[in-house]
Write a protein that binds this ligand. Structure first.
Ligand SMILES: [Zn+2]
Length: 347
């Protein structure tokens, strides 16, 4: 027999193996060919009749064929046992069963409120600006006319990210305690006219209670142009509050103090529940405080290298959580971070 015959035998074996439809038939093919009385066995027996110079090469060719056939038989057996009748049920799909429906996520009420606020101010010509949550003491305090060792800094107390060092204090890193540092970045980066709102996360050392969280959100507003007056401030905020809380909402400005504005005011809106008549939610006053505002302090403009003789501006800032609590009727600010699915799915 020649080597060509060996190749033909291997082909024959491969065909027989492929024709075996289950493990038992494959075992039979293997035994018919490779067993003690198998077809390949007789090849070895013929070796003895060959001349000595051909024996070695022929013996090796027969052995290679045997090894190849054994490997093929093992592979086919593994294949058949993996896809045997036992494995079948896992592949069956019952198309009549209802599908697994993934639960859809939704925007967190704080971010939904922040988007709504940003859209209202966009209609009034304010673009959104963003800044870093890690600031220096210079931007968080000094440039906003808050001296570092002054009691005015106390309400804005925050976490510092490096060691205290008196000489470099204005350059200490901290987590910003209001969005106002972004005002300064914006004013440093461009010339008036400026109209921006700054939505973002802020940090304070306040312990969590029904109306405080150590991490919350603010939206700051800044307008700097020639001849901006307190009347512009009142106009913009009155319109914005009507958009935010409803067309019947009245606005009231009360004198207040902030280091970065002069004059400064707190803004109240007519109570959303009683419409101004007085109820427990507004403690009988008919008004609810929503934000702080004022005319940008000339010293703040000077820090930003904007001439306070030529330009004036106003700024305002409000807590997004506070607005969301009023709009959605949420009694405790901590509900927003408890993230209970039933609570969050209401909106
Ligand atoms: Zn009320």
């Amino acid at each position: 027999m020649s080597d060509t015959d060996l190749a033909a035998l291997q082909q024959e074996f491969t065909t027989a193996l492929a024709a075996a439809k289950d493990a038992a038939s494959a075992e039979r093919v293997k035994s018919d060919w490779l067993g003690r009385t198998g077809k390949l066995r007789s090849l070895t027996e013929q070796l003895g009749k060959l001349p000595p110079d051909q024996k070695k090469a022929r013996g090796k060719a027969i052995n290679d064929l045997k090894l190849a056939c054994e490997a093929a038989a093992e592979a086919r057996l593994r294949e058949l046992s993996a896809s045997g009748p036992k494995a079948a049920p896992a592949d069956v799909i019952d198309v009549t069963l209802p599908g697994a429906r993934p639960r859809l996520g939704r925007r967190h009420p704080i971010y939904a409120t922040m988007d709504e606020m940003r859209a209202i101010f966009a209609k009034l010509g304010f673009e959104a600006a963003y800044g870093p949550e890690i600031e220096t003491a210079y931007y968080n305090f000094v440039s906003l006319n808050i001296p570092l060792d002054h009691p005015a800094a106390e309400p804005f107390d925050t976490w510092y990210l490096d060691d205290p060092d008196a000489a470099t204090r204005p350059y200490r890193f901290l987590l910003r305690s209001h969005t106002s540092p972004v005002q300064m970045h914006v004013m440093e980066g461009r010339k008036p006219p400026i109209r921006v709102v700054v939505p973002g996360k802020v940090f304070r050392t306040d312990p969590a209670d029904a109306s405080h969280l150590p991490v919350f959100h603010q939206m700051e507003g800044l307008m700097v142009e020639e001849n901006v007056t307190f009347a512009d401030l009142k106009g913009v905020l009155s319109i914005a509050m009507k958009e935010l809380f409803g067309a019947k909402t009245e606005t009231r400005f009360r004198p207040s103090f902030f280091p970065f504005t002069e004059p400064s005011a707190e803004v109240d809106v007519s109570c959303l529940l009683c419409g101004g008549g007085g109820c427990p939610a507004c403690k009988g006053s008919g008004w609810i405080e929503v934000l702080g505002c004022g005319m940008v302090h000339p010293r703040v403009l000077e820090y930003a290298k904007i001439d306070p003789e030529k330009y004036s501006g106003f700024a305002f800032g409000m807590g997004v959580e506070r607005i969301a609590m009023l709009k959605l009727g949420v009694p405790d600010i901590r509900h927003f971070i408890r993230s209970h699915p039933l609570f969050l799915r209401q909106w």
